[in-house]
Structure formats: structure tokens, C-alpha cells
Design a protein around this ligand. Structure first.
Ligand code: MG
Length: 371
């Protein structure tokens, strides 16, 4: 396809409740959406960068500038563009994986809509429904946490992930385990809140039979994660450290993790996410799909990704109601503990234009003529 225009939109979606993690507290999800226009039709992408550079170095304003100044113009000038050509074309620009992933997602959506193929089919999905987990933020009290977990279990979630940090770890985990029993699939995520000196402390989590501990140490400390993995019984999972299929292979070879959380934005797109899946599958490392408070667009793509065979653990691809009262697409619903994978062409979801317009804080369109 030949791109005629790329539209950037910043939308602000209020969260149903504030989400507190070791990285900060969010009450509104500010999302950067990308719409590509070609001679054959349009496609949508979502940049999962946050409002501030807290999860990683990328953030919405910087991604916008990068898309407008560098990445967008490069694709607007490319003849016969396909999704597989996006990353090679953008390789000269270092980093900015989330911004690149948004463009690739939009081009892939446009391409698959024309071809009449769903994201799931294209990526190699094997299931029509995904078992989601739910991520529960840091609360002001254990009572509040137990109430919150109870509500999610009543809603049908079967796996719970607790955000932890120093001062909010052993007690809340023990209380949740005691209160809900040994059958609850329970895991924790530290978002790099600990250091190598905390090994003995983190080993105390072993008594709670957790599925895994996610990203306990700094994202660049693979050796530290390998040492920790040898010292504790709880499986170590990496999130922030895995930025490509190559880094996944390295981390696994070093023994830094035995489980991988895959986020397409973090690794530069859904095609690279599939590569990470394949690398892990070839080494018998289970994977699951992480979440970045995506709108319905990113949620649709994540459901497609999570339908691949290596995604044997429940991911953070929760139903829309977990995050938003109103989304820019029809809501994804939790039914009998699962969420259906979209089957329509491309992302398989349609944007609700009046809602999108009402939630849009900023928009800009760049065209071939601009450059
Ligand atoms: Mg995480």
C-alpha cells in the first residue's frame, strides 16, 4: 500500500479507579492513537507509552514528536508498504519501540482489512477465547486489597497479580493467599522495585506458592535476576528487561528468567512479539501477554497475540470494564472466565467515532505533501 496520511490522536480515558504501582498512580489513561490512510483503506494503531517516562524512557509527547518528525514521514514516502517492511524502514532511528509498534500495528490493520484476515489468524493464533488475569494495584490497606480481589474473583477472573514494592509485599501476599486459598492462581509484579540485596527478603515469598515474580530487579540487571532465580523457588518472569527476541534469548540463556511477559509495544510491534513468542516456545519457556491499560484497539491486538499457542499462562488482557466505563470501541466482555478473540478482518473492532471525538484532546494529520 501507499500511505496518503497519518493521523495522530491523543485521547484521555478516565480509569474506573486509580491504578497505583511502584511506578506511580494513574487515574486517567492518556493514549496516543495512530490512524494510517492508504489508497485501499485505513488502519489503527496504539502507542502504549505512558504520560511520563516512568515505565520506560518513552512517553506520549516524545512519541508524538518522534512519529511526526521521523517515523511518519519515512513511511509516507515508502512505496508498496507492508507491515513486515515497517521495522526495517524505521531501523535507522534508534529506540522508540512503542512509537514504531503503533505505526506497524496501524499498517498491519490496514493490510489485513484489505485481505480479509484477522490479526489472530495472521499471527498464528490457535484459540478463539483467552483466559484473562487481572492486575491489582497497591492499596492503602489490606482490607481494601481483599475487597478488590474479591470483586475481581466474583467478576470471573481466575488469576490475580498483585503489584508489590518494599513495604507492601509479604503481608498483602500472605493475606490474599490465606483469604482466598491455595487454589487461587496468584503472582506478583515489582516493576524493578528491589535490588540484589533483597534476595533473602524475596525468598520469603516462596512460602506462598506464587506462579511467578515479575521483574523484581532493574531492567538492565540480567545477572542479578539470574542470581535471584537460583536463590528462590518462585519462578522469575521478566517484563521491562525483554525489549526484543534477541534479549529474550539472552535472558533465558543466562538463566535470568523462566517465564516471559510479552508486550508488543515494549518490543517494537506485534511481529517482533511473535518472534519473542517463538524464541520462548523453542526453549519451553511459557509466556503471557502483558497489559498497558490499552484502549479497545490495543486490547483487540493483545487478544489476538494471546491466542498463540505459547501463551499458556493467563495474561493481563482484562475486560474493558476493569479499566474504563467508556472506551473508543465496543467493550470486551468477560464471559465464563474468558474473553473472545476478535475474528473480523484486521483488529476486528470498529472505533466509535462520536466517543473518540469526545475523548480526543489533540490531533494532527501529516501527509505526503507535508514532506
Ligand atoms: Mg510488569
Amino acid at each position: 500500500m501507499n500511505l496518503r496520511a497519518i493521523e495522530l490522536r491523543r485521547v484521555c480515558l478516565p480509569l474506573v479507579s486509580a491504578f497505583r504501582t511502584p511506578l506511580g498512580t494513574e487515574s486517567v489513561r492518556e493514549a496516543l492513537l495512530v490512524r494510517v490512510e492508504s489508497d485501499d483503506g485505513e488502519g489503527w494503531g496504539e502507542c502504549v507509552a505512558g504520560s511520563d517516562p516512568l515505565y520506560c524512557s518513552e512517553y506520549v509527547e516524545a512519541a508524538w514528536l518522534t512519529l511526526r518528525r521521523y517515523l511518519g514521514p519515512k513511511l509516507l514516502g515508502a512505496p508498496d508498504l507492508t507491515a513486515t517492511a515497517v521495522q526495517p524502514l524505521l531501523r535507522e532511528f534508534k529506540g522508540h519501540r512503542m512509537a514504531k509498534a503503533a505505526l506497524e500495528m496501524a499498517v498491519l490493520d490496514a493490510q489485513l482489512r484489505v485481505a480479509g484476515v484477522s490479526f489472530s489468524t495472521f499471527l498464528g493464533g490457535v484459540t478463539g477465547a483467552v483466559t484473562p488475569g487481572v492486575a491489582v494495584g497497591i492499596m492503602s490497606s489490606v482490607e481494601e486489597l481483599l475487597d478488590s480481589v474479591s470483586e475481581y474473583l466474583d467478576a470471573g477472573y481466575r488469576r490475580v497479580k498483585l503489584k508489590i514494592q518494599p513495604g507492601w509485599d509479604l503481608v498483602p501476599v500472605e493475606e490474599v493467599r490465606d483469604h482466598f486459598g491455595d487454589d487461587l492462581m496468584l503472582q506478583v509484579d515489582a516493576n524493578s522495585a528491589y535490588g540484589r540485596a533483597d534476595v533473602v527478603h524475596l525468598a520469603q515469598l516462596d512460602q506462598f506458592s506464587l506462579l511467578l515474580i515479575e521483574q523484581p530487579l532493574d531492567e538492565e540487571d540480567l545477572i542479578g535476576h539470574a542470581q535471584l532465580a537460583r536463590s528462590i523457588a518462585t519462578p522469575v518472569c521478566l517484563d521491562e528487561s525483554i525489549v526484543s527476541a534477541q534479549s529474550a534469548a539472552t535472558a533465558i540463556s543466562l538463566g535470568a528468567c523462566s517465564v516471559v511477559n510479552i508486550k508488543a509495544g515494549r518490543v517494537g510491534g506485534y511481529l517482533e512479539a511473535r518472534e519473542v513468542h517463538d524464541v520462548c516456545a523453542s526453549r519451553n519457556v511459557p509466556v503471557w501477554c502483558g497489559g498497558m491499560l490499552e484502549t479497545g484497539l490495543g486490547r483487540a491486538a493483545n487478544l489476538a497475540l494471546a491466542s498463540l499457542p505459547g501463551f499458556t499462562l493467563p495474561g493481563d488482557v482484562s475486560a474493558t470494564a476493569r479499566y474504563f466505563r467508556e472506551d473508543i470501541t465496543p467493550p470486551f466482555l468477560l464471559r465464563n472466565g474468558t474473553i473472545a478473540v476478535p475474528t473480523g478482518p484486521g483488529l476486528g473492532v470498529e472505533v466509535l467515532r462520536p466517543v473518540l471525538d469526545a475523548l480526543t484532546a489533540q490531533s494532527e494529520t501529516i501527509t505526503r505533501a507535508d514532506h
